[in-house]
Design a protein. Sequence first.
Length: 136
Amino acid sequence: MPAKPSILYVEDEARSRRVMRLLLQNSMKLEHVTIFEDSSNFMERAKAVTPKPDIIFLDIHIAPHNGFQMLDMIRNSQYFKDQIVIALTASVMNEEVRKLQQAGFNGCLAKPIDMDVFPDLLARMVQGEAIWHITA
């Protein structure tokens, strides 16, 4: 995977989108960052992203398709089946984390994103490490 990965982020909360864009594009200087404000027509839009995303970050509580539904679409797609998919959620109770793990997410980051540790966590995700960073 490239040192500067292509990122797709699906998030309905404007502040979270702004923070992630600043972090990925301004601080980390990533060139390929795509952010969707909702999950409508998710697969059609995701497949149109170029280059193909190396990592997909999914907000869990979003409409019309929540993070679990989008993950199912990804895992059932030949195009994305081996994709690294990371959940982003403010709900980081043990039960929620278990559900995310059982559903097949490659990791989870608690919101708000910890901007100090995120670059290191992203580098580890790119290498294929499962990251469950749930302490806020």
